[in-house]
Ligand binder design. Sequence first.
Ligand SMILES: *Cc1c(COP(=O)(O)O)cnc(C)c1O
Length: 377
Amino acid sequence: MIPFNKPPSTGNEEQYILQSIKSLKISGDGDFSKKCHQWFEEKLNCEKVLLTPSCTHALEMAAILLDIREGDEVIMPSYTFVSTANAFTLRGAKIVFVDIRPDTMNIDETKIEQAITNKTKVIVPVHYAGIACEMDAIMKIASRYGLFVVEDAAQGMMSSYKNRPLGTIGHLGTYSFHETKNYTSAGEGGLLIINDKQFIEKAEVIREKGTNRSLFFRGMVDKYTWVNIGSSYLLNDVSAAYLWGNLEKADEINQNRLNSWQSYYKELKPLEEKRLIELPNIPKECIHNSHMFYLKVKDIEERTKFLEYLNKNGIFAVFHYVPLHSSAAGKKFGRFVGKDIFTTRESERLVRLPMYYQLKPKDIYYISRIVHDYFSN
Ligand SMILES: *Cc1c(COP(=O)(O)O)cnc(C)c1O
C-alpha cells in the first residue's frame, strides 16, 4: 500500500529530540523553540511569531487577541477544516460562510462584501492546498470596512502571494505543524504570526496563561502576575526540536515536494486534455508549496468508484471537508450568505493523491498509471 502521507524526517530530528531532553528545558520556549522563532522571524520578516501547540490553538489565540465576543460575525469559506470556524465559535461569534472559487477552492473574494454587516469583525481567508487567496482584494475590503484579516495558512508555509509569504499579509496568520502538513513538530504544533505590532504584548500574555511572564523574563517587570484572560499556548521544546530538524532542510523538503507535484501534473495532463479530470490551477501571482496534489472527477458517484479503484490497487487516496455549513455545528453556529454554487459541488468531486516528502518517482508513475487505467476502462 502506498500511504497517503508520511511526516517529513530529514535525519537530525532524533538527535535534536535527545538533545532537547538532555537540556532539561523541555517545556515551552526552550533552546529549540528559540531557534525556530528566530528562523521564522528572519524568513517571514514579520513582527513576531509564537509557537503554539497546534494551528487550532494559534487560531484560538487570534480570536482572543481580536477580542471576539458574543454576536460578532466572522466571514470565511465553508470549505475548510473545523478549527477555522471553531476558534471563533468558542468566543461566541457567528460564522458567516461564503462560496469558494472553483479554480482554487479558496474563498471567492467577490462574494465577501455582500456578507458584511455592522457586526462583522474578521475575514478569515484559508489558503487551500498552499495556494493563496486573492489577498489584495481581501485586504482592500477589510480596510474599507475596518475589519481584521486572519490568514489560515495552516497549509501555506513556504508559499507566497506576490512574493509575500502566506501568513504575513493579514493582521495575523497561522501555520500548522501537524503530521499531515509540509513541516511537522513531534506530536502537534502550530505558529501564530503577528504582523501588527499592537498585538505582540497581548499575545504574549494570552499565551502565558494570562500573565505578564514574558515581560518578567525580559526584566521589564519585577514580578509576574495575572493581567488578562489567557491559557497555556506554548509548544513544548521536544516538539520544537523535531521541527528544527525540518526547518534546517526546509528548502530541500519544498523542492522535493514540488518535483513530485510536477511529475503528477505531467503524467495526468493528458487526462485533463481529454476532459476526463481537472487539475489544480496556480494563479500567476502565487508560488505554492505543493502541499497537496488533487484532481477533480465528474461527481460524487464517480469519486466513490475512483477511490475504490485506487484502494484496490494499493493506493491510499482521500477526500476531505464536508462543507461546514452542512454540518450539525455549522448550522447551529453559522449561516451561508449567497448561493452555494461551488462549495458543495466542487468538494464532492475532489480527490487527494498521496503526497509527502520523498514520495518515490516510481510510486508517482505507478499511481498515474492506475489513474490512466481507471479512465481508459
Ligand atoms: C490542518 C489545518 C488546521 C488545523 O491545524 P492543527 O495544527 O491540526 O490544529 C486548520 N486549518 C486548516 C486549513 C488546516 O488544513
